[in-house]
Design a protein. Structure first.
Length: 224
């Protein structure tokens, strides 16, 4: 379940998560800006998962869709569309919850759905730097650990579709807990605790091992 060694992409991701901590603690970055970046990170993760699904679709074209015990072979584009809608709804609900709990929604007059056209007013120069670092780090991880290693040739679309949710559930819990620190003005403490939680779960939990085991279990056994 836990990694014994860290890869280059893990180290890159650790550095990306430590950047907001350094910025808030030593360079006067606004903790609320960092909180917003962590919220937008959910979208970055979803984007790269969609990229992975596109690579799998380019190879397999179709895959098995399981529903209530029945199996149907459908187009990979169907998997991608389903993920886009399902994950998009998840992001909308998560953003509304985050901004409501943290009080940022009231401060910037952002409603449950208006985040998607008001978010540019929340992005500052520092936020752009943090988003760029996260975008590059997840991109590097996708290229080095998924594309170059050829995992797109063997990973079932059904498993890849739900792969981001474990990480996102952990992030959701941490952000909701951390937003309470923002309400009481303890932004620096929130950023530190949240970054440490993210590093612990993202860099040291063996997500790849769990996914590979699921792939092995997913494949039909001989004679069955």
């Amino acid at each position: 379940m836990f990694k014994r060694t860290l890869t280059q992409s893990d180290i890159f991701l650790i550095a990306a998560n430590l950047l907001p901590v350094v910025g808030v603690w030593f360079f006067g970055w606004n903790p609320k800006e960092v909180f917003i970046v962590y919220c937008l990170e959910t979208i970055i993760i979803g984007f790269y998962n969609l990229v992975k699904m596109a690579f799998i679709t380019a190879v397999k074209k179709t895959d098995i869709w399981q529903n209530n015990g029945t199996q149907t072979r459908v187009s990979g584009l169907f998997f991608m569309l389903f993920f886009l809608v399902h994950y998009g709804m998840f992001v909308v609900i998560q953003m509304g919850l985050f901004f409501g709990v943290s009080g940022i929604g009231d401060e910037y007059k952002i409603g449950f759905f208006s985040f998607f056209y008001k978010w540019p007013q929340l992005i500052t120069h520092n936020a752009i730097i943090m988003l760029a670092v996260f975008f590059i780090s997840y991109g590097y991880k996708t290229v080095t650990e998924f594309i170059i290693r050829g995992l797109y040739k063997t990973t079932p679309l059904g498993l890849q579709m739900f792969q981001p949710y474990m990480r996102i559930f952990i992030q959701q819990f941490a952000v909701i807990l951390g937003s309470m620190f923002l309400v009481f003005g303890a932004g620096k403490i929130f950023i530190l605790i949240f970054a440490l939680i993210k590093i612990a779960f993202e860099a040291y939990l063996n997500y790849e091992g769990v996914l590979n085991k699921a792939i092995a279990d997913f494949r039909p056994r001989p004679g069955k």
